[in-house]
Design a protein around this ligand. Structure first.
Ligand code: ADP
Length: 368
């Protein structure tokens, strides 16, 4: 029995000693009482050096308050265990990220005896996360810069375009009698092209502005948004196309920008009507409360996987059929950008261009 016990003690001792993660016994005041090799490697101190000091000495000041608060709560029996990510200051002066897990050991009378701490080196992961965050920030910054540049360029290009249209109209009016029919046709074509260019610039201007303009996130009743689109904005189109629209219960306090969200639903609903050859056009607008996404589902022409890849790009159209209304390919890119500004995602579910319809879905983030 005694032999067995000492074997177990030896096994535990070596398990403690050689554990891959740092393990320590720490006094109620924070002094290191026993430390293993892994801790020494993580913080760069020898065992002897660590046993001379307490955890407070090598804890990064940014994390000391939180750590001591956890200790206080454990000693007050408000918690049995805590876990936190924190930084130690390595003996050479740099900081090291660790995941610390602490529990409290009691004596047979139930009085707190010491803490057992487990310390995992998570420095590489945290530094990779920090690097990724920095890259993301700088990428977001360059994207914003690019959007502002597009905005400025499109804005400035409008001016000479207005001038060209103006001179075109003067030529058409003043020289009308002197122009032969070929020149008149050319002048007319030139006018159409100038108008087209002006429209493209307007769309580009608007699209780029969404990327950086201020959005007012407020709690919104989504039923009101959809209701006003169906009963006002798209009323005529819905009635003339004899569309049946079913609106299922939508969240009443969704954080979003009211005006922009109107635009999202308006685009998706009008597309659901437009890309539809069914005799009885039917649209369902709903919210999946389990997976937390909104959707606009139609029984229209549907869309293939191949087309899905390009429809969110500016000025790209998936279908261009003579029997369906024409478009400019800006609706979905705008919807996508608005959804992304709401920290959400937009996607389309459809089994292909087989007439079984499409379901456009989007999430919205937890906005503050
Ligand atoms: P537009 O309607 O002006 O072409 P959008 O950006 O709104 O521009 O849509 C891009 C393309 O996505 C459309 O040209 C169409 O091919 C496809 N699309 C959009 N909504 C639907 C829908 N509900 N069903 C099928 N295809 C759709």
């Amino acid at each position: 029995m005694t032999v067995q016990k000492s074997c177990i003690t030896d096994e535990f001792r070596s398990a403690f000693e050689y554990a891959a993660i740092g393990m320590a016994i720490v006094s109620l005041e924070g002094k290191w009482l026993k430390v293993n090799k892994s801790i020494c490697t993580i913080v760069g101190y020898t065992e002897e050096e660590l046993l001379e000091i307490d955890f407070q000495t090598i804890t990064h000041p940014d994390f000391l308050g939180e750590d001591l608060e956890h200790v206080r709560m454990m000693l007050n029996r408000q918690s049995d265990y805590y876990e936190m990510e924190k930084k130690y200051i390595h003996k050479q002066g740099h900081s090291v990220w660790v995941l610390l897990s602490v529990s409290l050991v009691f004596d047979p009378e139930g009085k707190p005896k010491y803490f057992i701490s487990q310390i995992q080196d998570i420095d590489a992961r945290k530094k990779a996360e920090e690097m990724l965050k920095n890259y993301t920030n700088s990428l977001e910054y360059s994207n914003r810069q690019l959007e502002e540049l597009v905005h400025i360029v499109s804005h400035d290009l409008k001016e000479p375009l207005r001038g060209a249209s103006y001179y075109n109209s003067i030529i058409a009016e003043d020289c009308d009698v002197n122009l032969n029919s070929d020149l008149k046709k050319m002048l007319n074509l030139q006018n159409i092209l100038l108008k087209k260019m002006s429209n493209l610039l307007d769309h580009l201007l608007y699209y780029s502005k969404i990327g950086f303009e201020h959005l007012a996130f407020k709690e919104t009743n989504m039923n009101e948004i959809v209701g006003s689109i169906i009963n006002n904005t798209l009323k005529v189109q819905i009635e003339s196309d004899k569309v049946t629209i079913e609106v299922l219960k939508l969240p009443e306090n969704q954080k979003c920008d009211f005006v922009k969200m109107q635009e999202v639903f308006q685009n998706l609903i009008s597309n659901a009507i437009k890309y539809n050859r069914s005799q009885n056009k039917k649209i369902v607008i709903g919210y999946d409360s389990k997976k937390k996404f909104y959707y606009v589902k139609d029984n229209g022409i549907g869309i293939s996987d191949y087309q899905k890849e390009s429809i969110y790009r500016m000025f790209k159209r998936g279908h261009d059929y003579k029997d369906l209304p024409s478009g400019s390919g800006v609706g979905l890119p705008i919807v996508k950008k608005i959804v992304e500004r709401h920290e959400g995602e937009l996607w389309c579910e459809s089994s292909g261009e087989d007439g079984s319809g499409s379901k456009f879905c989007f999430t919205l983030g937890n906005l503050s």
